[in-house]
Design a protein around this ligand. Structure first.
Ligand SMILES: NC(=O)CC[C@H](N)C(=O)O
Length: 361
């Protein structure tokens, strides 16, 4: 892009990297994390789990396929993972303002500018990623004209910021599922609506234990799971009952905490579309889409819980399950968007458990 203004990326260890501005010419601070996914920026940027984070994309050329226009399906987005961009800033190597794709409606830079989100290009993202891998995810900022202080988004209740205010209903299928929305990706809603489900979407701190439902689902979401004490409290009540429970990503961490286990912050997290996981007790592995900075500490799980999936790169917990009750979770994203859809069958497994629970009632 010609005539782009200069901006810099500053890390908490003092590193300063000069680059050029695209998107909004403004300053922003956050936690700097990297994703090695090769595509999927429309999905990633609108995933509420990225709230507060400055995202570094290691794929060298970004923007080529532009950004699609909005289309609605059952009053939710058909294309994006929520109704706005959630990242705090974007860092890329080569930015392509020029784009070409059958459903592109605008450039990535124009889309970022619409939401007042800064981007910086011309950064050696591989050098930067090596640094983040060695030192761990760091606080950082993109600085345009005005300097801004560093701040740690994980100290804030980000879930409260991205969770909806009220209750919404979708679908008219036979299984009544409560979705606790801690910042859900819309593809989770789409995955349910493609199945035989009536969905009741409730805010993160809503007391769903009072509702009449057949199965409980806990969504993904931003920040440190330990901040969601209200959700953990309601979940503890649900764990004393027998209705099936399924959690994804933050939802998995909340299940681990409610069960009495602990979570910890990974050095630099897992963010990509090709993370291998192994199903416990088998030699079966799956390639999964992931975006998380925290994980359940398997060693702290109570005796009635097991690790369900293990990450084959670093051995960390990628899901848990109760030994006797129909409660399970994945740290990865079976709904994909972006990434491989190989584990979408877990939605069917959950609904099978719901049908069995209803039969046995
Ligand atoms: N995608 C998610 O739900 C992320 C969960 C949590 N915020 C983490 O970073 O680990």
């Amino acid at each position: 892009m010609e005539n782009a203004k200069s901006v810099k990326l500053v890390l908490e260890d003092g590193t300063e990297i000069q680059g050029q501005s695209f998107g909004a010419f403004t300053s922003a601070a956050g936690e700097v994390v990297f994703s090695t996914a090769m595509t999927g920026y429309p999905e990633n940027l609108t995933d509420p789990s990225f709230a507060g984070q400055i995202l570094v994309l290691t794929y060298p050329m970004v923007g080529n396929y532009g950004v699609p226009g909005e289309e609605l399906y059952e009053s939710i987005s058909k294309i994006f993972e929520s109704d706005k961009i959630h990242i705090a800033g974007l860092v890329v190597n080569y930015y392509s303002e020029e784009h070409s794709h059958w459903n592109a409606a605008k450039s990535l830079g124009d889309w970022l500018a619409e939401y007042n989100i800064p981007g910086i290009f011309g950064v050696d993202t591989r050098m930067l990623t090596k640094k983040l891998r060695e030192k761990g995810a760091m606080l950082g900022k993109i600085v345009a004209e005005q300097d801004v202080p560093l701040h740690d988004p994980n100290l804030e209740n980000l879930v409260a910021q991205v969770s909806p205010q009220g209750v919404q209903h979708y679908g008219s299928g036979q299984h009544k599922i409560v979705l606790v929305d801690c910042g859900t990706k819309t593809n989770i809603i789409r995955c349910f609506l493609e199945r035989d489900v009536e969905l009741i979407r409730v805010p993160w701190d809503y007391d769903f234990t009072q509702l009449d439902y057949d199965g409980l689902f806990l969504s993904n979401g931003p920040g440190d799971p330990k901040i969601c004490t209200a959700t953990i409290g309601h979940l503890q009540t649900a764990l004393t009952q027998d209705k099936p429970i399924f959690g994804i990503c933050l939802g998995s961490q909340l299940m681990g905490l409610a069960a009495g286990g602990d979570t910890f912050k990974l050095k630099y997290g897992h963010r990509s579309h090709n993370q291998p996981v192994k199903l416990t007790g088998t030699q079966r592995s799956y390639i999964t889409s992931q975006n998380h900075g925290f994980a359940v500490d398997t060693a702290t799980l109570p005796a009635e819980w097991d690790m369900l999936f293990e990450n084959l790169n670093d051995g960390t917990c990628e899901g848990i399950k109760h030994k006797t009750k129909p409660f399970f979770s994945t740290q990865f994203h079976p709904e994909a968007a972006g990434g491989p859809q190989d584990t979408e069958f877990l939605f069917d497994d959950f609904l099978k458990a719901v049908a069995e629970y209803k039969k046995g009632k």
